[in-house]
Unconditional design. Structure first.
Length: 296
């Protein structure tokens, strides 16, 4: 059995489509299909039902799914810790962070922590929430820094835990009009308001969806979508529509008069800034870092 077979299994289970899963795994579909078959031969039971339009898990596949993510994560963690013990790799703290927080929160947070303790080498990967979740689930990061709201779904179960390290909010912003007020106001009940939306990969999009702001503002019409809050902020600043942005990200644009709020506090979503980690014990450096967080 090979690790890539497990990763292929998870990709296919998540997408339910051979061609999309093969594309995500950067391999041709025939090669991908052969690897899935090889895993099924190793297990000794079919893991996918191919008779339906969308590929679904069999009973055996559902059982295998319960431990596949954790097994991938543990194998990668074991390899990394073994290399550290053998002196082949420095004991580096591995962080994944969503784009907005990697720019606004992470540097200041690190400075604060380093004023109290020595952290050692740090590696940061900045990406969408979906990509960061993948890194955590596959054991390629020890910690995930992200915005979080209890009403928004995540892909983490009991194998992960988290701690609040900050607060933020998502609020609707637009470019100012000639009078300095919002070019579009959600309070006006306009029939057509251009809406700058988050794509499916974005964790912020999940939070906005959970608050059902688009249901309240019937006039919102999607004119542009992107996974990055910074991309939506640029479009909003250029007068292209309304975007819900982290207040921490937009505050400089507001101070410069390039963005204003499109509505009052009742259109705002308070959110935590959280650090996620696997429940299972990690390296000595990672556990020392977590202990330092716990005494804040």
């Amino acid at each position: 059995m090979e690790l890539i077979w497990l990763e292929d299994f998870v990709a296919l289970a998540e997408t339910g489509n051979f061609s999309r899963a093969a594309e995500n795994r950067h391999v041709t579909q025939p090669a991908f299909s052969r690897r899935v078959r090889a895993l099924e031969d190793w297990v000794g039971a079919p893991l996918f039902d191919r008779s339906t339009p969308g590929v679904t898990l069999t009973a055996a596949g559902q059982q295998f799914r319960t431990g596949a993510d954790e097994l991938i994560r543990r194998i990668n963690q074991l390899r990394r810790e073994s290399r550290e013990a053998g002196g082949m790799e420095a004991a580096t703290l591995l962080f994944a962070a969503t784009h907005a927080l990697s720019f606004t929160f992470f540097p200041q947070w690190m400075r604060e922590l380093e004023s109290r303790t020595t952290l050692g080498p740090i590696r940061l990967i900045s990406d969408s929430m979906q990509a960061c979740e993948d890194l955590m689930l596959h054991g390629e990061a020890q910690f995930l820094l992200c915005h979080h709201h209890a009403a928004a779904p995540s892909r983490f179960g009991a194998q992960f835990r988290s701690q609040v390290v900050g607060q933020d909010a998502l609020a609707p912003f637009v470019a100012p009009g000639p009078d300095g007020g919002p070019r579009w106001s959600l309070s006006d009940g306009a029939d057509e308001i251009p809406y700058l939306a988050y794509s499916d990969e974005s964790g912020l999009g999940r939070i906005i969806e959970a608050h059902r702001f688009t249901d309240r503002a019937q006039g919102l019409r999607v004119v542009f979508s992107a996974r990055l809050a910074a991309s939506l902020m640029t479009m909003a600043r250029d007068g292209r529509g309304v975007a819900w942005l982290p207040v921490s990200l937009a505050e400089n644009e507001v101070a410069q008069g390039r963005l204003v709020r499109a509505a009052g506090a009742d259109w705002e979503a308070p959110v935590d800034i959280r650090v996620f980690r696997p429940t299972a014990r990690q390296s000595l450096a990672a556990e020392a870092f977590w202990s330092e967080l716990a005494v804040r």
